[in-house]
Design a protein around this ligand. Structure first.
Ligand code: PLP
Length: 380
């Protein structure tokens, strides 16, 4: 059965219907010409493993990339300024407040390199996004990982003690919404710490999933950047704009802080095609709404399925979610892979939970049918 046939049959069709994959959603999906069977991997597998955006590049961004190809023999110096112009308008800041990276991960790397030191601990949650500890590792500086609270928030009291207890400078990494849990930490509580912290505590605010969050207790840390040079906000084009393979992200901070980060930036960043796709994505008015609508539809399929199976799941404000699997995680991941579905890797210490990315409703329905089958086999 081909994959379009798949969604029209059986339970999968019911789930897509129940998800509200109405004609409105179908219209939204139709605006993304890459949608459909062509999005699978060469071996037919689908990727629900890396929190990507299955919609792919927007049609406008695709065209912009094609139009930019004749300039791919040039260094990108002339192509970054239009992106900076579009980004200043989009974020509502000045150019001096922005730095571009090959993905937001490059900005995270710049921040670690710029502010780490032998007597500067890096304080993170556990589990959280691994890149920041990874950038710190070769220098063997002091990494302090503080377990999330029982409600999967950053444990602010313990993190604060670890950062400021010894009266030294520190870097504090907040991944909010947090990857891999998808949960948020109350921003009023984070603000209270930022307002009260010494200048020597550098806050690295990773807002990779900012655009998906809709909780009333969640907001950006952007408001701090003028008054607090020790706050760095990091965002990406990889998620909401579907550009993970293009590698484009940005940091937002006080001009003084941006200057410091710039000492660690890779030269000639970003590349010509990424810059073109970035401008087109920012100018594509419907793109964010389209991504959010598809994400919500797929999230509903996952919620409905977990409810039906009685599998506990964490509240999410992102484009992925964690749910229990009632069994060995490695075996579950391998069985899903065998069924043609890549789900998230292992995130110690949460080894009873699977992280599942939200793809297209069609892809999510395939996951739903598969896990239902696993239940019939007694595997979940
Ligand atoms: C929390 C978080 N930050 C940053 C990144 C890196 O994204 P990119 O380098 O593609 O912008 C990711 C990727 O999954 C992430 O989950």
């Amino acid at each position: 059965m081909d994959r379009r046939g798949f969604v029209t049959t059986g339970m999968a069709a019911g789930l897509v219907g129940a998800s509200g994959a109405s004609s409105a959603l179908a219209n939204l999906l139709a605006q993304s010409p890459g949608w459909g069977p062509g999005k699978t991997l060469a071996n037919g597998s689908i990727r629900l493993s890396s929190n990507e955006n299955s919609l792919g590049l927007s049609p406008a961004a695709r065209q912009a990339v094609i139009d930019a190809i004749p300039n791919a023999n040039r260094y990108p110096g002339d192509f970054a300024p239009p992106l900076m112009d579009a980004l200043t308008k989009f974020v509502g800041v000045k150019k001096e407040n922005l730095i571009l990276g090959a993905g937001s991960t490059e900005v995270l790397q710049m921040a670690v390199q710029a502010y780490q030191g032998p007597n500067v601990p890096l304080v993170t949650a556990e589990p959280t996004f691994e890149d920041v500890p990874r950038y710190q590792r070769p220098m063997s500086f002091n990494l302090v990982q503080v377990p999330l609270t029982s409600t999967y928030e950053h444990d602010l009291d313990r993190m604060r003690h670890a950062a400021e207890g010894a009266g030294r400078p520190a870097i504090v990494y907040f991944c909010n919404p947090n990857n891999p849990t998808g949960t948020i930490t109350n921003c009023a509580d984070i603000d209270a710490w930022v307002a009260d912290a010494p200048d020597t505590t550098t806050f690295l605010m990773d807002e990779a999933y900012f655009e998906y969050a809709n909780s009333p207790s969640y907001w950006s840390s952007l408001k701090w950047i003028e008054s607090k040079p020790n706050v760095i906000v990091v965002r990406t084009f990889s998620k909401i704009f579907g550009m993970a393979g293009m590698r484009l992200g940005y940091g937002i901070a006080h001009p003084k802080t941006i200057e410091r980060l710039r000492e660690f930036v890779m030269q000639n960043n970003p590349n010509v095609l990424a810059a073109a796709a970035g401008v087109a994505s920012l100018n594509d008015q419907g793109l964010m709404a389209r991504s959010v609508a598809v994400n919500e539809a797929s999230k509903k399929i996952v919620h409905d399925t977990c409810n039906e199976l009685g599998l506990e799941y964490l509240p999410t404000n992102a484009n992925f979610m964690m749910h229990r699997i009632n069994g060995d995680l490695g075996t579950y991941i391998a069985r899903m892979a065998e069924a043609g579905i890549r789900v998230g890797r292992q995130f110690p210490p949460m080894l009873e939970w699977s992280r599942l990315s939200f793809g297209l409703p069609e892809e999510q329905a395939r996951w739903a049918e598969t896990i239902m089958d696993f239940r019939r086999q007694g595997w979940v």
